[in-house]
Design a protein around this ligand. Structure first.
Ligand code: 23J
Ligand code: MN
Length: 298
């Protein structure tokens, strides 16, 4: 079975899922197991080896921005409160505070750097999952990658429209059920510099995003969520949209997820990549810095 089929199977959470047992004598008798993820004890060793052997033909691409005190973060205008950046505080470094060990405390906002937005982050999703409640099976999912970097280069306020996604689907097939829409804008090239990344002037930040209508439409589609290269899933100017921050409002309100500050999307095919997004299970958290990896068949 293709790797992407495994991910689609997990993403669809079909229950029962049938695992065909190849053992002699039992033929092709389907063996049911509950839920989207097989307990290791329920999966034959040769099946596990088959999954592992497939990874030999897979490139692992890191979609995560490095996390440091230089990592760009969101800046909301007054009167709103702002997040802290990421930073390290040294506890000891092979010195009198700890002669044989080096370690740090970290300070970070939940929404610093490459991070995962849980539904509870927005008021429309306030009864939804916090970051610790996102089901692990959903953290491995297929992705469609929509490249609008030319449009965003021509207009930093470029907004993805329903017609853009429909035209993309016409050419590339439907967005994957239970999968990510990853929105490439080329904005990752600016992530080395907070000023360039936020691209603000006297009228506020100017970064590409998704229109109000398209955000509502995407929330009605069977996708898992939306991933972007910018500081948040909404456009820089989305504070002035009606409703404000339509991506957060519609998608998190529909129980979907956000991924931000992705990079290396240009290395992914339009369809067929499998995304592993691993936020920390912060109890009651609204989101988390996140390691995001893509698996791509060679
Ligand atoms: C809070 C308020 C507005 C926004 C955001 C957070 C984010 O972008 C975020 O990281 O979730 S736009
Ligand atoms: Mn966020």
């Amino acid at each position: 079975m293709l790797l992407v089929d495994h991910a689609l199977m997990l993403a669809r959470l079909r229950a029962p899922v049938y695992h065909r047992c190849p053992k002699k004598g039992t033929g092709d008798t389907p063996v049911p197991y509950a839920g989207g993820v097989a307990h290791p004890a329920l999966v034959r060793k040769d099946t596990r080896m088959s999954l592992l052997s497939q990874l030999a033909d897979v490139d692992v691409i890191d979609l995560t921005a490095p996390l440091s005190d230089q990592t760009p973060i969101l800046q909301l205008p007054p009167p709103f409160a702002n997040t802290k950046s990421f930073s390290l505080t040294e506890i000891s470094r092979y010195d009198d505070r700890g002669p044989a060990w080096y370690w740090n405390d970290i300070t970070t906002g939940e929404h610093a750097g490459t991070h995962f937005d849980a539904p509870v982050h927005w008021i429309t999703g306030k009864d939804g999952e916090d970051i610790s409640q996102v089901p692990p099976a959903k953290l491995i999912a297929p992705a469609a990658v929509l490249d609008f970097s030319l449009s965003a280069a021509a207009d930093p306020d470029f907004l993805l429209e329903v017609s853009d996604v429909e035209a993309w689907e016409e050419a590339n097939g439907p967005l994957p059920d239970g999968g990510w829409l990853l929105y490439r804008t080329g904005w990752d090239a600016r992530s080395g510099d907070q000023r360039e990344f936020l691209n603000a002037n006297e009228t506020g930040p100017h970064t590409p995003g998704i229109s109000v209508e398209c955000a509502a439409w995407l929330a009605s589609r069977p996708i898992l969520g939306v991933g972007v290269e910018t500081v948040g899933t909404d456009a820089g100017a989305a504070h002035s949209f009606e409703p404000p921050f339509p991506c957060h409002t519609a998608l998190l309100g529909a129980g979907k997820y956000g991924l931000t500050q992705l990079r290396n999307l240009e290395l992914l095919p339009p369809q067929g990549a499998v995304i592993i997004a691993a936020p920390l299970p912060i109890v009651g958290g609204s989101g988390s810095p996140c390691r995001v990896l893509a698996l791509v068949e060679r």
